[in-house]
Every structure is written in C-alpha cells, then in structure tokens.
Design a binder for this molecule. Structure first.
Ligand SMILES: Cc1ncc(COP(=O)(O)O)c(C=O)c1O
Length: 381
C-alpha cells in the first residue's frame, strides 16, 4: 500500500452553514426548545411523510417516550430484535416491561419474520422493528405475523431518509424514532425525533418530553396570561432538544438526500469492487425501497475467509482503517444474559451477526482515494 491513510468508520459532515445557523439562537438568547426546533420538526415531518414529528434529546429518550405514551409497563412484553444497539432493549426495561427477543436474518441484519410468530404471546403489546444500518425491516411481513392490536414502534435510529415500498421510515408503524448521534447520516451532536400520524400519541409525546406539562415553554413565555403555569396531568421527563441543535438539525436535514445519494454511490462501488471476494458478503440495495446507508456492514464468512474477522479488523487497524462489528447481540450482553438467563445459541442469527459482521468506513467526508485504499486493503487478504 503506497501512502498510509487514517480512515474513520464514520465522521460527521458539518460546515459553514451549520456554523452560521447557530448565530440566531445564540444572538436571540432563546436556547432551549423554541422556534428552531419547531422548524426542524416541521421539515422532518414533511420529508418523512408523517403528520407529527417531536424532537427529543436522543433516540433512547425518544423510544422511552414512545413506550410511555403507549402506557407500556409491568406485565407487558415487547418484542425486540436480538441484534441491535443495547438501547432498544434497555428502554423496555426502563418501563418495567419484559423484552422478548426475536432472531435476525443474517443477510438483512433485521428481524427474521420466520422467528417472529413463536415470540408473540397474549402479553405482547409492542414490537420494535429496527431498521438496522439504514435498511427498513420487512414491515409487511411483521404486520402479517402479529395481532392487529400489537403496536409497532419503529427503531429508525439509523434510518433517516430510508423508505420501504413507497413509504418513509418513521411512517411505517404507530410511532417511529430517529437518532441524530454523530454516527448517523445527519447529526445534532446528540438528538432524536419521534414521528407519528396519530394526533393523540403526538400530543402525549410532546407533553411527556416537557415534564408532562400541558403548555409548552414557548406558549407560556409568549402567552397572554403571565400568571398561568401549566397543569401536569402526566408524569413526564425533560427530554427537550435545544434550539442550538434544532438550528443545526434543520441545515443537516437539507443535506440528507445528498448525503444518502453519495453514500449509495460509495456502497455501489464497494459492492462492485469487492464482489469477487467470496468470503465477504456485502449489503444489497433493497429491491423495493431506499437504503439510507447509515453504515456499510459486511459479513465475513468464517468457513471461507482467509483469516478470522477479528484478525482482519486488527490488520486493517494497523493500516489506519477503522472497522467495527455491525452492532452487538443484546441477549449476549452481561445484563441481559444474567437477568433473563439467556445463552448465545438462543438466537443463532444474532450470535453469528455479532461474531462475523464487520462495518467498513462509509461517510460523507471520504474521498474516492480513501475508498480505493480500503478496497485495496481488503483485497490484500
Ligand atoms: C438501532 C439503534 N437504536 C437506538 C440507538 C440509540 O440512539 P441514541 O444514541 O440517539 O440514543 C442507536 C444508536 O446507536 C441505534 O443504532
């Protein structure tokens, strides 16, 4: 390999426009949830084809609000894919409900609909299809398998801009939750968005993120009756996004489609130039939808790979190329293993994805030369 490069697995893409967007809230002094958050929410709802979008501090808190709005609690079961970020399952536990894991498909990394039917019980209240790495879960298969009274909360943390059969992520279930963590395609530092077409759920989410207050800070501040404090009918939280984040989010959202198009082109190049490495499976563009390419996660076939995945990851690291396992199998993490008595083999798809998946660099600051460098390094094995 000629020149040695340093290529991150992900790097946020922010610039002069985001910097300029921060001026207004800083100069006006309105820093907490206010007009910038409102504008971001409105634009996000339009882009994702939903009636309501409510900004929050992260996808984790957004999921917490979603379950709280659905009144999920002790005795209820929530179906969670076993291969996902730990937060998806943690939030179920925050509510006192029981996470019931379902296995994932080794090709899509998403819920395996074939494993789903046997996980549904009379106590199942919600299922969380995760659109992992930006690929929408097969919602139609999920819907066909579950009872109609079971609610669907999409974990769309990785899926801003993704689509499934003509509909956007966030508009596929009863509620959808997005993340704006810096590893996602668009970022507000930390941040999240809860989407829904249900007026009542949207109202509950908006109240719950603001301590359960019946009147928002902005209404109270600008309203005609200064003596009026809100009533608090719900036990809420402070999960409000700041207007600084809202301002940045609005600019980032304007770049979302450009970012995804660039990522899709890079993904196509990876697929083409790595196609003859039979030991490395690369992710496909869906036939009937749009991948958001939050990450490019490959699968190293242990039977045919020239070296183990971990050996390769170490070697790539030495070349300055950072890689990561796609995510983890939550049922194999200490807390879940011990609390629910789970074994790795209980969910063999998730176990294998945990052991053999490998995300390689994909982000909007990568140059064509950076990508050549990654491709060459992989081809050297
Ligand atoms: C699938 C999934 N769900 C939830 C989360 C939590 O997102 P946040 O960091 O915004 O809380 C993440 C973040 O990595 C994720 O990948």
């Amino acid at each position: 390999m000629a020149d040695r490069r340093q290529i991150q697995i992900a790097t946020p893409s922010l610039g002069e426009e985001e910097w300029q967007a921060l001026r207004e809230p800083i100069q006006s002094g309105w820093l907490t949830q206010g007009p910038k958050v409102a504008a971001f929410e409105k634009a996000f709802a339009v882009r994702h084809g939903v009636k309501h979008a409510s900004a929050v501090t992260s996808a984790t808190t957004g999921l917490h609000l979603a379950f709280t709005a659905l009144e999920i609690g002790p005795g209820d079961e929530v179906i969670v894919p076993a291969f996902t970020w730990v937060a998806t399952a943690n939030v179920v536990v925050y509510c006192g409900a029981t996470p019931v894991f379902v296995d994932v498909d080794r090709v899509t990394f998403n819920i395996d609909p074939k494993d789903l039917a046997r996980r549904v019980t009379p106590r199942t209240k919600v299922i969380i299809p995760v659109h992992l790495f930006g690929l929408c879960a097969d919602i139609d298969a999920v819907r066909a398998t579950i009872r109609p009274d079971i609610k669907i909360v999409e974990d769309a943390a990785c899926a801003a801009g993704a689509a499934w059969r003509g509909r956007s992520a966030g508009a596929l279930g009863d509620l959808g939750v997005f993340s704006f963590h810096p590893r996602k395609s668009i970022t507000t530092g930390e941040g999240g968005m809860v989407t829904t077409n249900d007026d009542k759920l949207a109202e509950r989410v908006k109240m719950l993120r603001n301590h359960g207050a019946s009147v928002s800070e902005e209404e109270r501040h600008h309203g005609p009756r200064p003596y009026l404090l809100p009533d608090f009918d719900l036990l809420g939280f402070n999960y409000r996004m700041t207007d600084l984040q809202g301002a940045v989010g609005l600019v980032q959202l304007g770049k979302l489609d450009k970012f995804i198009d660039e990522r899709a082109r890079m993904a196509a190049r990876y697929r083409k130039e790595l196609a003859d490495l039979k030991w490395l499976r690369t992710p496909e563009e869906p036939m009937d939808g749009r991948h958001a390419w939050q990450a490019f996660v490959t699968y190293v076939d242990p039977a045919t790979a020239p070296r183990s995945r971990n050996d390769m990851m170490e070697a790539l690291q030495q070349h300055g190329i950072s890689t990561r396992p796609g995510t983890h199998a939550v049922h194999m993490l200490g807390y879940y293993r011990k609390r629910y008595g789970l074994q790795p083999d209980d969910f063999p798809g998730a176990r294998d994805c945990d052991r053999h998946s490998m995300a390689i660099p994909l982000h909007n600051r990568m140059s064509a030369e950076d990508q050549t460098y990654v491709i060459d390094a992989l081809r050297e094995f």
